[in-house]
Write a protein that binds this ligand. Sequence first.
Ligand code: RAT
Ligand code: ZN
Length: 419
Amino acid sequence: MTMADADLASLVARVVDETPAFDMHTHLFAPEMGSLLLCGADEALNFHYLVSESFRVHHMPYHEFWGLSKAQRAEVVWNSLFRDTSPVSEAASGVVEIARAMGCDTGRLTLTALREALSDVPTAEYISRIMNLANVTHIVMTNDPFDDQETAFWSEMGGMDKRFLASLRLDKLMNQYSSVVPVLIAKGYEVDESLSGRSVVELRRFLEDCADAVHPLYVAFSTADDFVYPEPDGVRGRILKEVVLPFCRERGLPLSLMMGARRQVNPALRAAGDSLANAPVRPLESLCADYPDNRFLVSMLARENQHALVVAARKFHNLMPFGCWWFVNTDTLVEEIIRMRLELLGPTFIAQHSDARVLEHLIYKWQRARRVLTRVLADKYENLQSSGWLVTEDVIRRDVEQLFSGNFRQFVGLAESSG
Ligand code: RAT
Ligand code: ZN
């Protein structure tokens, strides 16, 4: 039976809200990893997205800002983005959404009230509350083998909160190889800068050891616009071809490429100083063609690259576009990207990831993703219905489940019942 458009739209909204999400890329950590799991108002306000926006308002010298304590920086950000201007940006309005979900009176929101409503301590109960509000079942961490603070916990990872799963992030190995050579040598791996002798075998052993420690769902690295493939003579090209791709193939792990991040354009902004680049898609197509037995999860940062990425995914089934990342994670661009992907790929991609750095980010990032997906899907189902196609609740549930969790689970080989 055909539904009225308004009924169909509210059914889609309900199903999208009720469908749990598998958050396949975040910067959150299991609670057992101590201070690495950030939460609370001061952390939320120190989010680098907000820090960079605040400089447009307060114009404080960088050294002065970074010389403040975290709580003082939170105050500067608060005053700039919530007192002296209106919090209409994506990241600033996200704080208002978090506050509302946590029970604050957002009509009269103060920093004190926000600090009271959000906890600085991620107790098991608090984590469950936030995950329930966001309707997220699993959180994939970004695990850096060259971060000592993090690797100190790796041997205990097996016994940690099962909702937190690992991914192996190899930016330093792939983008700054010479800087990690001494670290690898100190850890007992026989490598050198020119990849001679036993280097390749030893890098492979390093990856095996990392994977044995954290059991990642995928391996990842980000690239700027300088990523080339094939790159027969370059060190990165050789590590990719001789170490990372065979390792991923043999362990059955997808490789996630986050393309178009131009790092440290303004180092004075620290973590907020990265920008974007229009990255060529041809190297990606060549990789997918040359390595049909490897699987590639790909997100691109520049709006200009989204169309080419979707077209590439039509050509290569070992390519899975995921999420709307960082500078394209805004209402307008997420809608454009999801619409484009649905129109060219059907529901065969990963609709969104949160990229949360602070636990409470899960709330607004997923509320937004759900609102946009509802708008786009309602529109698509209305069109289908008007062509006589039967759109039922079961059909909607199946599609949303695939977009929020099933496509990712299937791509990484995670059975429905496990994890
Ligand atoms: O979105 C972000 O928080 C960025 O700082 C990056 O960490 C990005 O998401 C990445 O994973 O490289
Ligand atoms: Zn990220």
